[in-house]
Write a protein that binds this ligand. Structure first.
Ligand code: PGA
Length: 258
């Protein structure tokens, strides 16, 4: 039986001071009081413990980070480990976001290493992948995403897949205002689920949530979530405003959460 929840995850990127983050939460909390989705917020490292403390009273959302080190500890100036994130109150971490892959030269092999440590530290993980515009124009989107998924999840233990979420984020749709059409999103999500099925098995593939990310807004949320293989959304720009984000979260109210 399919048991995947609807997940709405905000990715604040490098936005919000601690004071701004706490203000956002105070505004958001009453607006999502009857949310049916699993709500996640990936905040800057500096906000993590304050936001986690603020949210611990009502458990309306899960708090996470946007990156973690590929090392456990040591002389790695500027790095933050998954254990540190867990201790600071983190529930999850985003790994392999296209901005990390593109601007910080992160490979899928590095993502796989980070993923192993994140899961060992007790975090859940949202692993991102997606093709560039050139790759799509060359008709390479399916092969590129299959390679990214296989390499990022290489050696991932089958028995821990319940801690895993994937996010299909076509690079050409991120921050551009041009979201993938619901049809394109569904086609790619189904493709990704088939890859998971080939890697593992059908029930495992059916239970891993696959989120869509790239220019998600309240207006395109219902059509995207109506797709059978779109299990949630990873929201960048539109997660920065509490009211706008709450509209996206509340658009799942009428969807069945299994
Ligand atoms: P966007 O970003 O919603 O601003 O396009 C999505 C993301 O990068 O996760």
């Amino acid at each position: 039986m399919q048991t995947r929840p609807t997940v709405i995850a905000g990715n604040w990127k490098m936005h919000k001071t601690i004071a701004e983050a706490l203000e956002f939460l105070r505004e958001l909390t009453p607006l999502i009081a009857s949310a049916q989705a699993k709500v996640c917020l990936a905040v800057p490292f500096t906000c993590l413990s304050s936001v986690a403390r603020e949210g611990s009273g009502h458990k309306l959302f899960h708090i996470g980070a946007q990156n973690a080190s590929s090392h456990i500890e040591g002389a790695w100036t500027g790095e933050i480990s998954s254990h540190m994130l867990k201790e600071a109150g983190g529930d999850f971490v985003i790994l392999g976001h296209s901005e990390r892959r593109q601007y910080f030269a992160e490979s899928s092999q590095l993502v796989a290493q980070k993923l192993r440590l994140a899961i060992e530290a007790g975090l859940e993980a949202i692993v991102c992948f997606g093709e560039s515009l050139q790759e799509r124009e060359a008709g390479q989107e399916k092969i590129v995403t299959e390679i990214q998924i296989r390499e990022s999840l290489a050696a991932f233990p089958l028995e821990l897949t319940r801690h895993l979420c994937l996010a299909y984020e076509p690079v050409w749709a991120i921050g551009t205002g041009k979201n993938a059409s619901p049809g394109v999103a569904q086609e790619m999500h189904l493709h990704c689920r088939n890859v998971l099925e080939k890697m593992w098995d059908k029930p495992t593939a059916a239970n891993i949530p696959i989120l869509y990310g790239g220019s998600v807004k309240p207006e395109n949320t219902p059509q995207l979530l109506a797709q059978p293989d779109v299990d949630g959304l990873l929201v960048g720009g539109a997660s920065l405003d509490a009211r706008t984000f709450s509209e996206i979260v509340n658009a799942t109210v009428n969807q069945q959460v299994m």
